[in-house]
Design a protein around this ligand. Structure first.
Ligand SMILES: Nc1ncnc2c1ncn2[C@@H]1O[C@H](COP(=O)(O)OP(=O)(O)OP(=O)(O)O)[C@@H](O)[C@H]1O
Ligand SMILES: [Mg+2]
Length: 320
């Protein structure tokens, strides 16, 4: 249902120089499945996901050789009006910060109804009300009627996050993109929300892209996993397989950096050094300077994604 093919995006820096933020990203997502995207801060996860509904900065330069195919339609070729129709109705976005994504002076019911009116002209008030209640119920409001007139500040953090999910789900979108939707809430609520999102994509037959730093969360929710670093995908394939037997040294290092309750006294292993900024992306492997396994050729030429078996692609000379 979604295929991103060789997608590259550049932005201009303060000196007006073009900087490549995403470099030849290719990913795919099937109906009813969840694709997880993980990677360090600044690796390009948000830029990539915002590229799908074209919510990227207006000055972005998108290379014409790339494609973003949604149900066979190339989204990069759509006009702004065609894109507006898709946004919210077919492709919905759940943002990280609920309070900044909601209108503080509008009751919940009206905010939800607004999304419907933006896309449906011939709809009765009664139909809108039914859709609002259904979305609130789906996203986990126990007694939705009670919350219809609530303002965002009257909702707890978890309720606000659920309200955002309701806004995203209200028109039954085919693709839900969730950019770190659970980082602002506590762990037990996180689990509840993840279970809910998982059952929604199953029952509604929609697909989801789920972005997070937290590989533990992705283990629960994602079918496929893409590991991003410095604007590139370094490992991609079946989530379970990657987490069980990571092929790329960066993925192994990310997993080793996860805190584990079972090893109470052992601190997780931090990855030394920093991710290079896209302005200083090395010509060879982007991870080479931090990689404990790097060999001479890793610094000289760039490895591209190649099949390593078991449904996993990996961009590493040592794994192919
Ligand atoms: N509006 C912008 N203008 C210029 N550069 C930007 C802009 N937004 C992001 N970038 C740069 O693009 C790169 C990718 O950023 P992005 O926000 O996609 O990272 P991310 O993986 O989502 O990080 P995080 O985990 O912190 O959300 C970074 O180098 C960032 O500095
Ligand atoms: Mg981000």
């Amino acid at each position: 249902m979604l295929r991103i093919e060789n997608y590259s995006l550049s932005l201009r820096n303060s000196k007006k120089k073009e900087v490549k933020i995403l470099d030849g990203v290719s990913l795919a997502l099937e109906k009813g499945k969840c694709l997880g995207i993980a990677g360090e801060s600044g690796s390009g996860k948000s830029m990539l996901s915002l590229s799908i509904p074209r919510l990227i900065p207006p000055s972005s330069i998108v290379e014409t050789k790339g494609e973003i195919l949604f149900e066979g339609k190339d989204l990069l070729g759509l006009s702004e009006e065609e894109m507006r129709i898709l946004r919210g109705k077919e492709i919905a976005f759940i943002f990280q910060e609920p309070l900044t994504a909601m209108n503080p002076i509008m009751p919940l019911q009206e905010q939800l109804a607004e999304t419907i009116y933006a896309h449906e002209d011939n709809i009765t008030e009664k139909e809108v009300f039914t859709l609002v209640l259904r979305a609130l119920e789906l996203s986990g409001f126990p007694e939705p009627e009670k919350y219809l007139n609530a303002y965002p500040y009257q909702l707890s953090g978890g309720m606000q996050q659920r309200a955002l999910i309701a806004m995203a789900l209200i028109l039954n979108p085919k693709l839900i993109i969730a950019d770190e939707p659970t980082t602002a809430i506590d762990v037990s609520l996180q689990v509840q929300l993840l279970e809910r999102l998982k059952s929604i994509i199953k029952s509604e037959e929609s697909s989801m892209i789920f972005i997070t730093h937290d590989l533990g969360v992705l283990r629960v929710i994602a079918d496929e996993l893409a590991i991003m670093y410095c604007g590139l995908v370094l490992e991609y394939g079946k989530c379970e397989e990657i987490l069980k037997a990571p092929k790329h040294p960066y993925t192994s290092d990310l997993i080793a950096a996860l805190p584990r309750l079972s090893e109470a006294k052992a601190l997780p292993k931090a990855i030394p050094g920093f991710q290079p900024s896209p302005e200083r992306r090395p010509a060879g492997c982007v991870y080479a300077e931090r990689c404990s396994k790097a060999i001479k050729s890793c610094f000289e030429s760039r490895p591209y994604l190649a099949d390593c078996g078991n449904g996993v692609l990996c961009a590493c000379f040592l794994s192919s």
